[in-house]
Write a protein that binds this ligand. Structure first.
Ligand code: SF4
Ligand code: SF4
Length: 204
């Protein structure tokens, strides 16, 4: 019958409307901002910069490689490299960002910056309450506003943060194995050199 689907839809709407007065399950909206629906684990809005430990400046993972800046489709990331270097989690000296800004009025939340970052430094936040009266400076987030701890990352995206920790631990183990292999090779070379020296006839 023509219109059967429309009637069915209207019945469902009417059922939800009347039901919403007595059944909380049928309430599809809440009185925001007084009430908030808890965000889902996979919810994402804008990026943030992850730091390890308690000090955001020394713990910032970003090494200022600028890959995310180049790959961001609307070009809303702005990075200036510092001339100073600091040790990363493997002990290697790396650059750090002197300036790291994201214009969240332009960011489209595509997550490409996250996908291209080789250092697990940038991740997606769930925070969305960024409304400001100043559309320009107010929505240009600087590194001190973007920096959020790994603990926070675990709170908002526990599964993804645990996987990221495992990736970093894997990298650390690979690095340690390479360092050990290098040290062993060096020790073997030294031993071989001292053996060949002791075999040489005394010319005096
Ligand atoms: S989420 Fe997309 S638009 Fe936003 S900063 Fe990252 S790459 Fe750019
Ligand atoms: S966030 Fe990642 S990709 Fe972007 S500059 Fe820092 S280390 Fe490079």
């Amino acid at each position: 019958m023509i219109g059967k689907g429309i009637l069915k839809g209207m019945m469902e709407t009417a059922r939800n409307l009347t039901g919403s007065f007595h059944d909380p399950e049928r309430l599809t909206t809440v009185s925001y901002p007084e009430e908030k629906i808890p965000a889902k684990e996979n919810a994402r809005n804008f990026p943030f910069l992850v730091y390890d430990g308690d000090d955001w400046e020394s713990g910032l993972r970003c090494v200022s490689c600028q890959i995310c800046e180049k790959e961001c489709p609307p070009q809303c990331i702005y990075i200036e490299k510092d001339t100073q270097k600091k040790a990363d989690f493997l002990g290697k000296l790396q650059f750090q960002p002197k300036v790291f800004d994201i214009d969240v009025s332009v960011c489209m939340g595509c997550q490409i910056c996250v996908e291209v970052c080789p250092f697990e430094s940038i991740r997606m936040d769930r925070d969305f309450e960024y409304a400001k009266s100043d559309r320009f400076e107010g929505l240009l987030l600087h590194k001190e506003q973007l920096a959020k701890s790994n603990k926070y990352y675990h709170q908002i995206h526990p599964t993804e943060a645990t996987e990221t920790d495992a990736i970093r631990e894997g990298k650390r183990q690979d690095h340690l194995a390479k360092e050990r292999a290098k040290a062993e090779k060096l020790a073997q070379a030294k031993e071989a050199a001292s053996k060949s020296q002791s075999k040489e006839p005394n010319k005096e």
